[in-house]
Design a protein around this ligand. Structure first.
Ligand code: BES
Ligand code: ZN
Length: 637
């Protein structure tokens, strides 16, 4: 602990007013996480002033109203405040506040201040002496964190569905709290929903079967006793079934999906063991997953104890379970040690991408891991080319500000390659020992780039001037482009595939490709390395011979469609349309629309036609990005 940088308020349990909220435990028993007060830890995407007053615990008591598409009820917040503090500032986006009261039910004054489209509004509450406040409110019908699905948008087709996505700053659309990753909070929740829906959340389930809550509704209660960044509070409700995978692991999904999903994710328990062997104990109890309907906008989201996953991972051959390793790895990098501010997002995602690859190596061997690392290198190179190697957006520190496809090659891939570079320089054993101690020493704390570098210097480099010079730490973190000491991928990883690319590029026939025998990574590498311009005849030959438009692997299909559409290959349009109507994962949806729009008079009408049909099924995260591509910046929102 570095007391200079930490501001952990003294516990104020003694002056806590009478506990009128039946759910809440006494404040004094809970762990309160420190906040950082250095300038680099100042979060300008939140209105909170945590040095004045901060939330330590949230108790939600909400009804999921599927008719109105709103969450409605009460959020009771426990607060620590500096001496003399008169108010607390929360984040709110579209919340309709009905009443705010203190712990004894006396109304408190509050005001929604001036905000902006991105961040929402500051909700300032005059707390006076109150250290517990109860907010009666409901979320807006278009809350961006929440997606309310019709039965038609689910696999079963019979029941509606709800899921949330908090990262990065969306949870303020359904939870009135300080929505900043550096302000960790414990939480508990009681959620009511119509029968027969089941409710799951990213915490311990206290009522597995739910409890009767009147009028055909059931109540489900949850608790998270570790302080977490508020973006990690998540909910899903629907016709859900559960299958155990191992002693600590299991999966939720719709009944129709359960068998396929359980088979695909069967290696998860072993991944957990491998992760623990690398970086120390898993501290969250269970590790369950939920495979959501296809509208889920991400590949995966590391909600504690309950990773959220896209169904596009279910390829039938476990070829895409790197995403499971990734979300699991976030249980250390991200959920245990958390970027204090989003511009330092590489501390979550770069560490996790490195850790993911180490888990993949432990479970599936060094060849598969080397291939996935080589694909990650390609992603980084593409990002550097697209952004320009001298662009400030290629700096690790800062790149996370806007976390999307345009810079994931920096945040994820340059970030992980940085760590790989350190690993190679000091040796795996030493680096593993360092990382393990890093997670132990900073567990449940916020992190910044500067804090990490200071720790690395103190604990790993320890004044070794030659090593310091060799690593180029500041260049990696604060400068654009790629330092020349970057750990390169194994050139043997795709030797055969790259030869095949050459042969095909030189006019060789598709029929002589070993593509049918290749694994998914090899197929992706092949498609991504083909010349970007190919005549229709050659695309036709590829499609017919390799049956690409019919690929059941979402990553392979995506790589193919990118190539085909960029070449105005019309026979691939029906497959693209089917794909874009079948799921809403932004990583696939947004580049495909972009490719179409870039093909002007040929592609734009196709993009507009498909988007008109597909948009209603997409999550706000996806439409926010695609609106800008298809409708143009002026017309978005
Ligand atoms: N935490 C991210 C998802 C995320 C990133 C949500 C930025 C909101 C803003 C998650 O861990 C992730 O990285 N998902 C990836 C998969 C991964 C294997 C690269 C995804 O969704 O594709
Ligand atoms: Zn991630």
């Amino acid at each position: 602990m570095r007391p200079l940088f930490l501001a952990a308020f003294a516990m104020l349990a003694a002056c806590n007013p009478v506990d009128t909220n039946q759910q809440a435990e006494p404040q004094a028993e809970r762990q309160v996480a420190p906040i950082l007060t250095t300038p680099d830890a100042r979060d300008d995407q939140s209105f909170a002033q945590p040095q004045v007053a901060r939330v330590t615990h949230i108790a939600l008591d909400l009804d999921a109203d599927f008719q109105a598409r709103r969450m409605a009820g009460t959020a009771t917040l426990d607060i620590q405040a500096a001496d003399g503090a008169q108010e607390i500032i929360l984040d709110s986006k579209g919340l309709e506040i009905e009443r705010i009261a203190d712990g004894e039910g006396r109304p408190l004054q509050y005001a929604l201040g001036a905000g902006d489209e991105r961040r929402g509004q500051p909700l300032t509450v005059r707390i006076g002496e109150a250290r517990r406040i109860a907010i009666r409110y409901r979320s807006a019908a278009d809350a961006e964190a929440l997606q309310w699905l019709t039965p038609q948008q689910t696999a079963g087709g019979r029941h509606p569905y709800l899921f949330s996505q908090g990262q990065a700053i969306l949870n303020r659309t359904w939870i009135p709290t300080q929505d900043s990753p550096g302000i960790r909070q414990t939480w508990e929740a009681r959620i009511t929903a119509p029968e027969p829906l089941k409710v799951v959340m990213s915490g311990e389930r206290l009522t597995p079967e739910g409890e009767p809550a009147g009028e055909g509704r059931r109540a489900y209660r949850f608790r998270m006793n570790h302080p977490v960044a508020p973006y990690l509070i998540a909910i899903a409700a629907g016709d859900l079934a559960f299958r155990e995978l191992g002693p600590r692991t299991g999966v939720w999904t719709e009944p129709a999906m359960l068998d396929r999903v359980a088979r695909e994710l069967a290696d998860t328990e072993r991944m957990m063991d491998a992760a623990e062997a690398l970086y120390g104990p898993y501290r969250w109890g269970r590790y369950d997953m939920i495979v959501l309907p296809p509208a889920f906008p991400y590949g995966g989201m590391e909600n504690p104890t309950l990773t959220f996953l896209t169904p596009t991972l279910i390829a039938g051959d476990r070829s895409l379970v790197g995403t499971v390793a990734h979300e699991l790895a976030h249980s250390w990098s991200g959920n245990l040690v958390t970027n204090a501010v989003w511009p330092d997002g590489w501390l979550n995602e770069g560490f996790t991408t490195y850790f993911e690859n180490r888990i993949m190596e432990a479970i599936y061997g060094s060849e598969r891991a080397a291939q996935e690392a080589a694909l990650s290198w390609d992603e980084m190179q593409n990002a550097l080319t697209e952004l320009g190697a001298d662009s400030p957006d290629t700096r690790l520190h800062a790149a996370g500000q806007q976390l999307d496809a345009s810079n994931s090659g920096i945040v994820y891939d340059k970030g992980s390659i940085f760590l790989r570079t350190i690993e190679r320089a000091v040796g795996r054993e030493r680096f593993d020992a360092y990382l393990r101690s890093y997670f132990d020493r900073y567990a449940f704390q916020p992190m910044t780039s500067a804090r990490f570098l200071a720790d690395l210097r103190a604990e790993l480099i320890r004044g070794d001037a030659a090593l310091e010079q060799q690593l180029k730490l500041d260049q990696w973190v604060y400068q654009p482009g790629l330092p020349d000491n970057a750990a390169r991928p194994d050139p043997a990883a795709f030797a055969e595939v790259d030869q095949a690319v050459q042969a095909f590029g030189a006019g060789g026939p598709a029929s002589s490709l070993a593509f049918p025998q290749w694994n998914t990574a090899e197929r992706i590498r092949f498609l991504n390395k083909l010349p970007r311009e190919l005549p229709a005849g050659r695309l036709d030959e590829l499609d017919r011979t390799l049956d690409l438009s019919a690929s059941g692997n979402a990553e392979v299909l995506f790589a193919w469609l990118q190539l085909a559409l960029a070449n105005r290959y019309a026979p691939a349009v029906p497959a693209a349309e089917r794909f874009l109507l079948s799921m809403g994962r932004r990583k696939f949806v947004s580049p495909l629309f972009e490719t179409l729009v870039n093909e002007g008079e040929w592609g734009r009408p196709i993009a507009e036609r498909i988007y008109a049909r597909a948009r209603g099924g997409y999550h706000a995260v996806t439409t926010e990005t695609v609106d800008r591509i298809v409708r143009g910046p002026a017309e978005s929102n």
